[in-house]
Design a protein around this ligand. Structure first.
Ligand code: PLP
Length: 373
């Protein structure tokens, strides 16, 4: 039986109501390979999210975009630089992408309140293994904003590039009032997967304030064809189809209201669930994909999950197990002690959020949770 309240209810813009634009694609005869919808999307994302400053390249999804970005920034690094420094508290895609780019993930801890990569843990690893680290890969956890000035300083100090996994952060506004990532010279990778706040079908965008780097990423996403049918660099097929670009374009209008509505719904959870811990905000406005909380200390997350299931309420446990607890990554990555990650992961509970959600639905969820906190 499907839950009465689902965990997520993806609602991309309906392609069935965009028949004219679909016909335009058919009439143009261009279905992929950087067609007009793709170019329009890149420009509108740049203008809408980064105030027109810097450069955007789309990709078919953020996993491929991360692979491309990691390869691009590390391919000239010395052979002993083999590590990709990332938090263990992230999605499998971050580590997979590094492994596909020929790197070995080395996991740092997170801050116990923001759940962002821990500055002390990152610095300690860089001080100990700096000459072996090829790239720093912070994750902007659940759509939060990272302190990108700190990463620019780390890049300079340790002579190491950065690739930001900002999978859920499209729509997030940083403390200075800019779209998260604006002005950063290294790649910042955003997902537009249908489960993200910016829901399309499958799509991603890489942003960087570096024209040469973004142009290179685009060429890499087209088999590395720097010349006609001639691979001049590493490549794969990471291009976005015109139909997928259209689905993303259609999400842009009205997106701001969607982020605002989700912010209100998130706030209602926060007001109701005083016994549960919420992520400490780091953005002026965070795009909320779902509502991650920590179950109250001493409460049994499995009992809470069972109560939600019994009430027909969908939920999840991002990220349990965290990467260091997943068998493939145990064989392929380097895991150092991560006490804060262990604690946050053990208590992690992700609660429902979707555009059409009502306050009554949140109240029904909170009524079930009230007895635990
Ligand atoms: C942290 C993180 N990185 C990368 C990805 C990969 O994104 P995509 O589904 O667009 O490949 C996700 C997807 O959920 C994610 O959560």
């Amino acid at each position: 039986m499907s839950p009465k309240i689902p965990f997520l209810r993806p609602s991309p813009a309906p392609l069935s109501q965009a028949i004219d634009q679909l016909r335009e694609i058919e009439d143009s005869g261009v279905y992929s390979n950087f067609g007009p919808k793709n170019s329009e999307l890149e420009q509108r994302l740049l203008d809408g999210f980064f105030a027109g400053r810097g450069h955007c390249a789309t990709a078919c999804n953020a996993t491929i975009a991360l692979m491309l970005a990691l390869k691009a920034v590390t391919e000239d690094s010395q052979p002993q630089r083999r590590y990709a420094l990332m938090p263990s508290f992230t999605f499998a895609a971050t580590a997979h992408a590094a492994l596909w780019a020929g790197l070995t993930p080395i996991f740092c801890d997170i801050e116990p309140d923001t759940w962002l990569p821990c500055a002390r843990s990152e610095t300690e690893i860089l001080e100990r293994h700096g000459k072996e680290v090829a790239v720093i890969v912070p994750y902007a956890t659940f759509g939060a904003a990272l302190d990108l000035d700190r990463y620019a300083a780390l890049a300079e100090r340790f002579d190491t590039p950065v690739v930001v996994d900002a999978a859920a952060s499209l729509g997030t506004i940083d403390q200075a009032g800019n779209g998260f990532g604006t002005g950063f010279p290294f790649p910042v990778v955003f997902s537009m997967h249908v489960t993200k706040t910016f829901a399309s079908t499958e799509a991603a965008v890489v942003y960087a304030d570096d024209a040469g780097l973004v142009a290179r990423l685009q060429t890499m996403s087209n088999f590395g064809f720097g010349e006609a049918r001639h691979a001049t660099m590493a490549g794969l097929n990471g291009k976005l189809s015109e139909v997928a670009a259209l689905a993303a374009l259609l999400r842009i209008d009205g997106f701001n209201q969607i982020v605002e509505r989700r912010r209100e719904l998130h706030e209602r959870y926060r007001e109701r669930l005083s016994g549960f811990a919420f992520q400490r905000p780091t953005a002026r406005r965070q795009a909320h994909q779902f509502v991650p909380v920590l179950t109250p200390e001493g409460a049994d997350p499995e009992a809470i999950s069972a109560a939600l299931t019994a009430a027909g309420i969908g939920h999840s446990a991002y990220f349990r197990p965290h990467l260091a607890g997943q068998s493939y990554f145990q064989k392929t990555c380097v895991a150092l002690p991560t006490p804060a990650t262990d604690e946050v992961s053990a208590r992690a509970l992700a609660l429902p959020l979707y555009d059409s959600m009502t306050e009554d639905e949140i109240d029904a969820i909170c009524d079930v949770l009230d007895v635990f906190g």
